[in-house]
Design a protein around this ligand. Sequence first.
Ligand SMILES: Cc1ncc(COP(=O)(O)O)c(C=O)c1O
Length: 425
Amino acid sequence: MTGTPLPPLSPLARPASALDELHFAPRLLMGPGPINADPRVLKAMSSQLLGQFDPQFRRMMRETMVLYRQFFETQNDWTLVLDGTARSAIEMVMLSAIEPGDKVLVCSFGRFGQLLNEIAQRCAAKVRVVQAPWGTVFDLAQIEAAIKDFSPKLVAVCQGDTSTTMLQPLDGLGALCHRYGAMLQVDATASCGGTPLPVDAWHIDAVTAGLQKCLAGPSGASPISLSQAMASAIYRRRHIEDGLQPAGYMPGAGQRIASNYMDLAMVMDYWSDAGLNHHTEATTMLYGARECARIFVQEGLPAAYARHAAASRAVVAGVQGMNLKLYGDQANKMPNVTGVYVPDGVNGDKLRAALLNDFNIEIGTSFGPLAGKVWRIGAMGYNARPDCVLQTLAALEVVLAAEGHRFSRGAGVDAAYASYKDGGH
Ligand SMILES: Cc1ncc(COP(=O)(O)O)c(C=O)c1O
């Protein structure tokens, strides 16, 4: 047989362990996400299942919409939660909004910009990519020049690209896109909840998120919000599947969306009063998504952003105190993740393994050109707390010293502690 060999699948060393109860070492997840879930989210997710058309469940769906409208600072009716991880939401929006041959401008400043490009290509869009060097972001003039030249239907960009830890300023971008007749799609998976994202004020047409970062939940459900223009562009492609068409059904004028599962027009019908039986809702994920937003709204947006900013300042002070160098343009750093160069003479992966095995603490490496060269230390969601940050820095000091890195012992943790004392939590 010729062809592409299938990927390797090593056998389980001790097959009988498949019958063991789950029992994990308690990790502190201080990488770029996922992070530890807030126990309130886990508790909500252990609630008993309901039928998806039970009035209690439908009310809970509406409550979830209300909560995410507050989270995204939007009046958008079409603010809901999709089943699937964050990339499925990016893909669902793009596949449903973009007809083959439509033009999409991707503004890429890292690995997740590459993902936007990859998804747009798979939607059969005509794609142009503008690239900012890794470790930097765009100024709006660069994007405006590309829009003028290309006249896209959709502009797609990340707010925070976790791979580089950079945060793209978005204020003004939506208005700019609209001036040239384009819509704006934003991937805010990694940033929302850690930094402001006023969807209406910034005129964003589609925003997609995930729970596993600043929202303090597990991956697997993706909050989104659609402007009226975006919702209408998607709904004009509504083609209800054969077995579900109601009496008097008329398909939309637009081309049928290429995937059934990813058909956002049918998902809108599912969330609407029509209650189309499109899929079986991922019940417990939705319980979790609701609780994530409830925690956030109860804390208050400004307080949550301040908590992430304080964690960011403490991590920065801590790593600088350890004689480590920060990665990227610090003026545009994401507050919830910090990129740090692996110092000369230190094996970045070996150090991460020591943190994990000896301290139960996980930090991240990065992708592509940064793999093995930059660590990513996250402090977000449930873990954007002084105890988590200080514990991580203390452990980092120990393993850095063991690897022979030269710095003044204690200086990093002291600096982070002082940063918290000076600036509040
Ligand atoms: C900026 C960004 N976009 C998209 C994704 C993809 O999210 P998921 O793994 O939940 O599909 C991630 C994941 O880390 C991310 O950081």
